[in-house]
Design a protein. Structure first.
Length: 438
C-alpha cells in the first residue's frame, strides 16, 4: 500500500476498492476478455466457463460452484492493452449521492475478491499511471481541453501520493472508486486524450516545501475557493486558502463569512472562471463526466414545503419536530460555505427547540434527501403565517467543498488559453510542479 509522506522514486501500484463492504453486495459477475492473460489464484478455480458468478456463502466465496476464501485474478503483463480487461458487474457508482446507480466496470490490472463481514470486498490493483488515466476521464469528459486534463491528472496524482486521508487503510486498499476519494470507472470512458494526458505528465506532482501537496479539488467553487480548515479539522494549509476564482483583480475582495456579503454573492452571478460567463451552461454538458445529472453548478435553488422540510430534518436528525421555524446560519468560511447552523423548530408540546448542525459535510447530508450540492447557501422563508413559513428556498453557490482546484474553473481557464502551470499555481499558490519518477 502507499505510505503517507513518502515520495516514490519509481511508479508505485495502487489498490482501489471497487465493491465495498458498505455496499452490502453479495454477488457479482466477472468476464475476462481472454482467460490465458490471467493467472487465477487459487488454481482450483481455473475454469473455461464464463462469466464467473461469485456469491457470498457465509464467510467464503462460491465461484461457479467451487468454494474459496479469496479469488485473485493476476494479469500476466502490466501494459495498457485495452483489449485485456476484466468486466465486473454490478458495481455502485455515486455511492450515497443523488446520482447513485449500478454500472459495469472494465478494469486493467489485477482483481482481488474476498468476503468482509458477510459482504463482498473487491480490490483492483494496477500501476498508478493507469489508474490516473482512468480518473482523469471519469472526473471530466475527455472532450476537455488538454491543459485541463493535464492539470487534473497532476492534481489527482498529488492527492493520491500525499495520501493524507487514508480513509480505507484498515480494509486493505488505498482509495475507493467514488467521490469519497476520486471517481474511478475503470476504462469505461478511457480515451486516447486521457492516456496522452497521463503520459505527458508522468511522475509530475505538486510540492510545497519539499512535501507532496494534499491537492484537494471539487466540481465548482462557486466563484471563491474555500480554506481547508473551514471544511476539515486540522491546521491551516498555506496552499489551500480562500481565493477569488477570477483573473487578477477581477472582482472586489469580499469576505463571504459575513451574512450580508454571502447573500449578495450568492444572489448574483459574478463572472468567475467557473461561471457561465466563462463556461456557458450548454457547453458544460460536453465537458462534464457522464455520471452527474445535468446540473446547475454555479448557482442553484432547492425548494421545500414546510412539511417536506420537517420530514427531511426528522429523518436526517431524528428530531420530533412538528414545524420548522427557522434555519439560522452560525458560521461561514470565506467562500460562504456554512460549517455551523442552528435549526429552530417546535416539538409536539408546541415548545420551541434548537438544534445545531456542525460541519459542512453534515449540513450537506441533512439538507437534502441524498446530499446537497454545497453548503454555500442562504435560506428564504416564504408564505410565513403565525411565524411558521409555508416554504423554504435554499439558494446556493458551487458544487462540492470548494477547497483547492475548482474543476469547472480550471476548465474555464483552459478554455481561455491558460497553460497548466498557471492553472495549478492559481489554485495552489506557492506550490512547485516537479517530476518525482521517470
Ligand atoms: Zn473513499
Ligand atoms: Zn471556481
Amino acid at each position: 500500500m502507499l505510505e503517507r509522506g513518502q515520495i516514490p522514486g519509481i511508479e508505485p501500484t495502487i489498490r482501489v476498492g471497487i465493491i465495498l463492504p458498505e455496499d452490502r453486495q453479495t454477488n457479482v459477475s466477472l468476464d475476462l476478455s481472454n482467460i490465458p492473460d490471467y493467472q487465477i489464484i487459487p488454481k482450483h478455480l481455473q475454469t473455461e466457463s464464463q462469466p464467473y458468478h461469485i456469491e457470498v456463502e457465509q464467510d467464503s466465496l462460491r465461484i461457479n460452484g467451487n468454494r474459496s476464501d479469496k479469488l485473485h485474478l493476476r494479469r500476466l503483463d502490466k501494459g495498457i492493452d485495452l483489449g485485456k480487461i476484466i468486466e465486473v458487474y454490478p458495481v455502485v457508482a455515486g455511492r450515497g449521492f443523488h446520482w447513485e446507480k449500478k454500472i459495469r466496470l472494465n478494469l486493467l490490472g489485477d482483481l482481488e475478491i474476498m468476503v468482509h463481514q458477510g459482504a463482498l470486498l473487491a480490490i483492483n490493483i494496477l500501476p498508478l499511471e493507469q489508474y490516473l488515466m482512468c480518473v482523469a476521464t471519469s472526473e471530466m469528459n475527455a472532450a476537455c481541453p488538454p491543459a485541463l486534463i493535464h492539470a487534473q491528472t497532476i492534481v489527482a496524482r498529488s492527492w493520491v501520493l500525499a495520501n493524507v486521508e487514508q480513509k480505507h487503510r484498515q480494509l486493505g486498499f488505498d482509495v475507493c472508486n467514488d467521490d469519497c476519494c476520486q471517481r474511478y470507472q475503470g476504462t469505461n470512458y478511457l480515451t486516447r486524450q486521457a492516456q496522452v494526458g497521463a503520459l505527458a505528465t508522468r511522475g509530475e506532482v505538486l510540492l510545497y516545501e519539499g512535501s507532496i501537496c494534499d491537492a484537494r479539488y471539487s466540481k465548482s467553487c462557486g466563484g471563491m475557493t474555500e480554506s481547508f480548515e473551514t471544511i476539515w479539522d486540522g491546521n491551516t494549509i498555506p496552499y489551500l486558502q480562500v481565493r477569488r476564482d477570477f483573473e487578477d483583480n477581477g472582482w472586489e475582495d469580499l469576505s463571504l463569512s459575513s451574512e450580508t456579503n454571502a447573500a449578495r454573492w450568492i444572489t448574483s452571478t459574478p463572472p468567475a472562471f467557473c461561471s457561465p460567463a466563462t463556461v456557458p451552461g450548454d457547453s458544460l454538458a460536453q465537458y462534464l463526466g457522464s455520471v452527474d445529472e445535468a446540473g446547475r453548478y454555479y448557482r442553484w435553488k432547492v425548494n421545500y414545503t414546510q412539511s417536506q422540510m420537517t420530514e427531511l430534518l426528522n429523518l436526517k436528525l431524528g428530531l420530533q419536530a412538528v414545524n420548522v421555524i427557522e434555519i439560522i446560519p452560525v458560521s461561514r468560511g470565506g467562500s460562504g460555505r456554512l460549517n455551523r447552523i442552528r435549526i429552530r423548530y417546535t416539538d409536539r408540546n408546541r415548545e420551541i427547540r434548537l438544534r445545531e448542525v456542525i460541519s459542512e459535510y453534515e449540513i450537506r447530508r441533512v439538507f437534502h434527501t441524498r446530499f446537497l450540492y454545497s453548503s454555500a447557501f442562504i435560506v428564504d422563508r416564504l408564505a410565513v403565517e403565525d411565524k411558521i413559513p409555508g416554504e423554504f428556498t435554499l439558494r446556493g453557490a458551487g458544487w462540492g467543498h470548494g477547497v483547492g482546484l475548482c474543476q469547472i474553473g480550471a476548465l474555464g481557464m483552459a478554455l481561455k488559453g491558460y497553460a497548466v502551470p498557471a492553472i495549478l499555481t492559481h489554485y495552489y499558490p506557492g506550490s512547485e510542479l516537479t517530476k518525482i519518477y521517470p
